[in-house]
Each structure stands twice: as C-alpha cells, then as structure tokens.
Design a protein around this ligand. Structure first.
Ligand code: FBP
Length: 549
C-alpha cells in the first residue's frame, strides 16, 4: 500500500507510557465499589462481578515470569482515532508477559466474534498500523452482543483458539455488553476474562476514574481546525451564516469543546436546552436575536455550532422520540410494510395526543427522519437528521417576521455543514496515540492480574504521560437502569455535559461577548512534530475539568 510522507514519519513515533507500566506491575486493590445508581437491581443482575474493588498498578519489585496467553480483541461501534494504538499496546503488553502470547482480532465488530471470523494479529500486521487512524486493521461493527446464544457461540471459538481473555474496545453500549459477557462467563466458569476499553469521539463515556474516552481529543481538534477555517472565510467574505452540526449523538461535549477552541458566535448545548425546558421555537428565537443584533452593527455573518443530538434534548421532542421508540419496537414490522403517507397516518393515530401534536408540527422530512431505523442499541440515528437545515430554515422564517416588525434590517444567507466522519478516522494526535497505546498495554496488565469485568483506566491525563496513573475500574460501577426498546435494562450511565462543570461555566461566561463581537480563534491543523505546547496539549475540556478539582 502506498504511504504518504506523514504516514512514514508517523510510523516511527514511539507512544509514551506511564512510568509505572514500563516495568513489571502488581495490582493494588482499592475500595469495593457500588454502581452509580439502582444498586440493588444491578447487584442482582451481576452477582459475580458486582462490588469488585478499583485497581491501581504499582511497580512490582519481585516479578514472576508470565505464561503465554492467547487474547482476542474486538473493535465495536463508531470509529475513533487511536483504536489501532490500543491494539498495538495490547499486542506489546501480552508479548511482554510472554513472547509466545498470541493476539486474535475478531473482524467487523462483535458480529465477527459470534460468526467466528477472525485473523491472527502478528508483528508485521501490527507494525503496519502503529499510530494510524481508522479501525481498518480488523474493522468494526454495531452488532449488539447481548444474547446467551451469542455468548455461547463466541465461547466455542474462544475455546478453539485457546483464548483466555477478550478485550472489547467500545463506547458505553459496547462496554455494557462487555460487563454482561464477563458476568455470564464468570457464572458458567468459562475461564475467559473480559476487559473493556473506553472509546468514543463523543466523550460521553467518562467519570472520575475514566477521565475521557479515546478519540475525543483528535476528533475535536480536526473539527476545530475546519470550524476555524470556515470562520476565517466567514470573516473575510462577511456574507454568510454558517450552521455547523457536529457529531455527538447524545452529549454535547464535542460542540462544547469545539466552541471553547474556536469561539463561534453561537454554540448550542443540548443539556442546557433541556435544563431550561426550551422549545424548538425558543432555540430558533435565540439564534435569530443574535443574527439581528449582529446585523444592527453591519455584520451579516456568523457561525452557529449545533450538537447532533439536540433534537432529543428538547423536552417535547424527547417525549415524542421515547413514545416513537416504544411504538416502533412493538409495531416495527407492521410499520415497515406501509408506504410513506400511510406511515405518517399510522404514527399520528398511535401516538398520545400531545406527542401527535408535536409530530404534526414538524416539517414532514424531519418527522419522517424520526421514524427511520434505530441502531441495534435502539437509538435514533441522529446523524441522519438534518438539524442544521431545520434550524436555519426556521431562523429565516423568524427573521422575516422580525423584518416585518422592524426588528431586523439585515440580510440572512445560510451555509450548512455536518462534521463527523471527517474526524473519526484521523491520525491520532500525540495525546490519543499515547493514551490509546497506554490503554491497550494496561489492558494486558489487567489480563495478567487475572481480573474480569474491568475497564482499562489511565488517568491524571493533563500531566505528562509518564505521570499517568494506570489501573482498572469494575464496569458495573458505572451502571444504572434505563429504558431501552421499551424495557428496563442495566447500562453504563452516559456522561452528559454538566452545566455546573468548569468547561460549560467557562463557555457561558464568555458566550455573550463571542455572540456580538467577532472573537474567532483559528486553531489550525493537528501538529505531530514540534514544540510540546503545540503538539501535546489535551483538550480544553480536560484541562478545565482538572483545574476545577
Ligand atoms: P460510538 O458511540 O459508537 O463511538 O459512535 C459515535 C458516533 O460517531 C456518533 O457521534 C454518531 O452519531 C454515530 O457514531 C454515527 O454512527 P454510524 O455512522 O454508525 O451511524
């Protein structure tokens, strides 16, 4: 395969490890843990893996040579920069335990595990993928691993390949599955450990001990670069309002981080919209007022950042989507057999009056998008909903009314963008390259420690990598009960943007100034070589969160 000059240079990059992981380690147990909520139910569902202690690795002055171990690895869900380095770190980690250890990658996500599709990841393959973006080394998929038959089918191939540990690299849903699988294998004494790694560009898988999911750093830097470029164009031509939707299907961490990095005129945060109980029209009015105020100063241009998941956070829309989820889970087949007009009638007839009214009030295209296929975890595929166009159309309509009332005298012309896929497979930043390699290497240490149902945890991330702290967190600790597909299920609690958290507070204290004055920042592209303040900075979210501790 032909390689770019950067790819060649980047292949030689040696990711930094926390100092503790550079030699033999021993796992030191902390306090026993409890789940974040619904303790009784979670404990009942996870009798073998609930309440385990946190683990922290320390240097081991008396190491014993490790035996060879066969390990399986799965990439699950959306791509995130650094996934390859998790696998490279895991490979190097198990080879360090014993050079005869072997790594098998199940292909195209959890589906490959169930269908027995795999490749052995040997040193030449691993070396091709060091420090590269993408998940193409083994591919990824969104098959939900939740049924006993799938677990049993997977166990057959684990036995055939003599695999004693499985590492699942995924987001909150996939790590929930990892916990369920760990519990099941423990309950039947299968002799297979299951370890999770926190992945998602969305940044929604985090807590005190998992400070960030990998990929968030690189993806937000890529988006911030292009938002900065658009802002410079916008400030040069001074004739467009750019409506920019950003990935992040639930939480608005990506929008907030990009907002902090680029200082746009408007950045909507879904969690705030929900907390203030705002209607869609109120969000539109907020944007239209800023457009009018800027126009009054002769500035008929600007930028608006919109989190992909916004629609689901508007209370009336949230209620509608929840009822639609239940309706489609129960009547999906009947619904799918109808044509578009019949589907609309079917939905209107089956919804409660309040939700039917909200549904009827939406532009038809958007209403239909809300009934499109759910992903295998039962989530609306918000990336398919064109919120940026919906908002700009509604803003244009509102500005027309304001013009008639004499409250708007300017011009309004909109451009639309959606940034998501552009960042998911970017070459990992130095931060993600190091963090991912450490997560994978650390997963190998958790395997060596003999534990199951744990997530690889590397923290103290605002400090230089050698000072990072490595250990493991029981996955059940992050769980609560939530309604999915019309049923209550144990799932890892999503980390949403906290309105009392330092990153949001910082943004809120400056946004009025950014709205009216043009305060754009142009971050430029990710740098891999050069001064540390240019190449190695973690996200602003992480820095503000740490300052507040
Ligand atoms: P994960 O949570 O699986 O990491 O995926 C995150 C994400 O990038 C979301 O931001 C986005 O809504 C979704 O994946 C899109 O995924 P797909 O391309 O499979 O529809």
């Amino acid at each position: 395969m032909k390689k770019s000059a950067l790819q060649k240079a980047r292949a030689a990059y040696q990711p930094k490890l926390p100092i503790v992981l550079t030699g033999a380690v021993k796992a030191v147990e902390g306090k026993p843990t409890t789940s974040v909520a619904d303790q009784e139910e979670i404990q009942k569902l996870f009798p073998n893996t609930y309440g385990l202690p946190e683990l922290k690795f320390e240097k081991n002055p008396n190491p014993v040579p490790g035996k060879p171990i066969n390990v399986g690895v799965i990439l699950s869900g959306g791509q995130a920069p650094g996934g390859h380095n998790v696998i490279c770190g895991l490979f190097d980690g198990i080879k360090k335990i014993n050079r005869d250890s072997r790594l098998f990658g199940f292909t195209m996500g959890p589906g490959g595990f169930v269908d027995h599709k795999y490749i052995e990841l040997t040193a030449p393959i691993i070396d091709e993928y060091r420090n590269t973006g993408g998940f193409d080394i083994i591919g990824s998929g969104r098959t939900k691993l939740e049924k006993k038959e799938q677990f049993d089918k997977g166990l057959e191939i684990l036995r055939e390949l003599n695999i004693k540990a499985l590492v699942i690299i995924g987001g909150d849903d996939s790590n929930t599955n990892a916990a369920i699988l760990a519990e099941y294998y423990k309950s039947i004494d299968a002799g297979v450990q299951v370890i999770g790694c926190p992945k998602t560009i969305d940044g929604a898988l985090k807590n005190d001990l998992i400070e960030t999911s990998f990929g968030f750093d690189t993806a937000t830097k890529v988006y911030s670069e292009v938002i900065g470029n658009i802002q410079r164009d916008c400030n040069s031509a001074k004739k467009y309002w750019h409506f920019i939707k950003l990935m992040g299907r639930s939480a608005s961490h990506i929008a907030l981080e990009c907002g902090l990095q680029t200082q746009p005129n408007i950045c909507i945060i879904s969690e705030e919209v929900e907390a203030k109980n705002m209607t869609l029209q109120q969000v539109v009015n907020y944007i239209a007022d800023i457009v009018a105020r800027r126009a009054a100063e002769g500035n008929n241009f600007g930028t608006v950042l919109i989190p992909e998941g916004l629609i689901e956070f508007i209370p009336a829309m949230k209620a509608l989507i929840a009822e639609l989820n239940d309706l489609l889970a129960a009547e999906g087949e009947k619904f799918a057999a109808l044509n578009h007009a019949e589907q609309r009638r079917f939905v209107l007839e089956h919804l409660s009056p309040a939700n039917a009214e909200t549904y009827a009030s939406l532009p038809e295209g958007v209403a239909r998008q809300l009934t499109l296929d759910r992903d295998p975890h039962g989530n609306v595929q918000v990336s398919l909903i064109e919120t940026e166009k919906l908002l700009s159309e509604m803003v244009a309509k509102r500005l027309k009314e304001m013009k008639a009332e004499g409250k708007f005298t300017g011009k309004f012309s909109a451009q639309h963008h959606f940034f998501g896929y552009e960042g998911r497979c970017a070459d990992p930043s130095n931060f993600d390259a190091d963090y991912c390699y450490a997560l994978g290497y650390n997963a190998a240490c958790l395997i060596e420690a003999g534990v199951t149902g744990y997530m690889s945890s590397v923290r103290n991330l605002v400090k230089p990598a050698i000072q990072w702290i490595a250990g493991g967190i029981p996955i059940t600790m992050m769980m609560n009960m939530e309604r999915r597909h019309g049923e209550m299920k144990p799932v890892i609690q999503k980390a949403l943007v906290r309105l009392d958290g330092a990153p949001f507070q910082k943004f809120a204290s400056q946004r009025d100034e950014w709205a009216i004055n043009t305060c754009y920042v142009y971050p430029g592209p990710i740098q891999y070589f050069g001064p540390t303040e240019v190449c190695d900075q973690p996200t602003m979210t992480l820095r503000y969160e740490h300052q507040a501790k």
